[in-house]
Write a new protein. Structure first.
Length: 184
């Protein structure tokens, strides 16, 4: 059931991935799930760039080099993590948003639609036993130096994906009753 998948959804990080490849057909299914997200005025602002193989490894090199370029005191552990996370992943997807050129709706609505597309991806990954994680490092603002972005398109983060062996820990939530006010 959908409710069970929602409750099972977790962040699974690249360090937890086991190296098993994800078939392109599976990635396509995940992206198809994203494409069915709600979208106000039918702008469908989500855009995705899928990194596999050598291009995925090049992404890690770009991120670690850019970090060393822009941070006056780069930390070795972060340099290594930025380079290793894409390499450890079976696939990395750049999450991008194409702003409506007519600006017919507020930008936050297009951001929300893109986030809903990512949630669809996450739920699909959960159902398929694929771990994933949405990372939004400060370096994301430099992604236009590494990938082609259309006019009005921006990168919002990186969606790391990979199979994993260990079950993610269970998570506790504050009861919904503490977050809801009924107005009758």
């Amino acid at each position: 059931m959908v409710f069970d998948i929602i409750k099972q959804r977790r962040s699974v990080f690249p360090v937890q991935y086991n190296g098993k490849l994800i078939a392109k057909e599976a990635i396509h299914k995940i992206l198809e799930a994203a494409n069915w997200a709600p979208t106000h005025k039918k702008t469908e602002p989500w855009r995705f760039k899928v990194f596999l193989g050598e291009k995925k490894d090049a992404l890690g090199v770009f991120l670690s080099n850019k970090y060393q370029e822009v941070d006056p005191k780069p930390k070795q552990i972060k340099i290594k993590k930025l380079q290793d996370n894409p390499a450890r992943s079976a696939a990395v997807i750049a999450i991008c948003m194409q702003r409506d050129p007519k600006e017919s709706l507020p930008e936050w609505e297009e951001l929300a639609a893109t986030a809903m597309a990512v949630q669809n991806m996450w739920l699909c990954c959960t159902e398929m036993g694929i771990g994933c994680y949405w990372s939004s490092p400060g370096l994301i603002k430099y992604m236009g130096e590494f990938i082609d972005l259309a006019e009005g398109e921006k990168c919002l983060g990186l969606f790391y994906m990979g199979y994993y062996d260990e079950e993610p820990p269970s998570v506790e939530r504050i009861a919904v009753e503490e977050k809801v006010q009924w107005l009758e």
